[in-house]
Design a binder for this molecule. Sequence first.
Ligand code: NAG
Ligand code: NAG
Ligand code: ZN
Length: 503
Amino acid sequence: MARPFVCVRALATVLLLGIATVSGSMGLRGQEHRGTSRIPSQFSAEERFTMKEALKDAIKIPTVSFGPEEFNTTALAEFGEFIYKAFPTLFKTSFIQHEVVGEYSHLFTVQGSDPSLQPYLLTAHIDVVPAPAEGWEVPPFSGLERDGFIHGRGTLDNKNSVMAILQALELLVTRNYVPRRSFFIALGHDEEVSGKYGAQKISALLQARGVQLAFIMDECGFVLDGFFPSLKKPFAMVSVSEKGALNLKLQVNMTPGHSSAPPKETSIGILAAAISRLEQTSLPNMFGDGPLKKTMQLLANEFPFPTNVVLSNLWLFRPLVSRLLERNYITNAFIRTTTAVTMFNAGIKINVIPPVAEATINFRIHPAQTVQEVIDLVKNIMADDRVQFHVLSAFDPLPISPSDDQAFGYQLLRQTIQSVFPEVNIVAPGTCIGNTDSRHYTNLTTDIYRFNPLYLQPQDFSSIHGLNEKISVQAYETQVKFMFELIQNADTELSQVPHLHEL
Ligand SMILES: *[C@@H]1O[C@H](CO)[C@@H](O)[C@H](O)[C@H]1NC(C)=O
Ligand SMILES: *[C@@H]1O[C@H](CO)[C@@H](O)[C@H](O)[C@H]1NC(C)=O
Ligand SMILES: [Zn+2]
């Protein structure tokens, strides 16, 4: 996940995004009709040893994105050689094509035996955010195993996914599995700083080839465990949307002069007043638009009285609930476009009237708003023509992907979650309040699902982009198993079966 907002995202997830039901389920069928037997996701002791060692080796390569144009290209190149050695069978398989894109990103095309089936795409990213060693229990690029955990930067975000996807495919082809449905594996190398050299180029390549995808699976979403005290069981959250972003630079220019005879207002005062108005005026509360309202309604019955009654009757309690959600800065991030003043620069000398005052503001845009709407609102709130606006960068929120009975990718994930995590019976659509590489792929499909097949507990959240990021060996094995199952499930036909759990 990009940007250091993961803990926020996670917590918010926790507080809010709950629980969906599993109404209307599709069953997985098809293998038996083709006479192909399903390959059980059981791995030998040797395979399990090899897979965890491969993850450790991946962590040891410091593929850090330091800034938008600043990468450890030595490490990125090394990573390319590393996967070649770690997954030898995959690279030798005739129906798998490998391409390097944008110098350090990787695209695998797995040609399925049935060209009538629409392909899908699994994506993950190779790069990590920096990890200065101070504060870590073990060095962040050591990949050390301790007490059943593999430690290091990238163990949760997101080399676990890079490695689990390739590992699952390696194990499948080692067992002579030939997929029916084609799929792509896209491994970007600059997700943490934009994705413009990796994911964006891969997407352009696929678009040029006329590819349309059944769905995409990306990061951002987990099996959440221990977040609601009143909830006995963990639940899975699959993010179906993602916030947009706008970075605005504000500038006020004035004629410089001597401070002994100052004008009534300076550039600093004008800009500060405008920014203060912006901070005092929250952008609109959008609770009720976007996936959250549905999710809250689905969540209702999982809570004890009176929360269940309140959430079941949002026609009446919506204003109350939306006000409550505003009170906590994390849940607040889910219901509106957020405003964060991140930089302010002005002044050159102690006795000179400042010619220029500048500030940058980072907005995270709610799925029900657009960049242009936010710019218009901000201009109205500032209400001062002397403040000039420059858009440094911006993108709209991502469309909300379907999560109904007919949504193939969502149902495929749901079914795979239920088979790999049998104790989880709740799968919920959610919103990702950070950003992923997904936004570069929106021309290829309307169905984008963000889910890491991993348990996540509250304390794990802060480790992502923070200190002591780690994954248990068992959790990693489960992630490999999940991908191993998912690839096979994608080759089956989803068909209506009786509902498992009704709301
Ligand atoms: C870049 O990666 C290489 C290994 O591939 C490592 O030796 C080097 O220290 C890294 N550079 C920085 C600045 O982290
Ligand atoms: C999507 O396609 C349009 C039209 O070809 C193009 O202008 C746009 O850049 C594409 N967007 C992405 C994210 O690839
Ligand atoms: Zn990530």
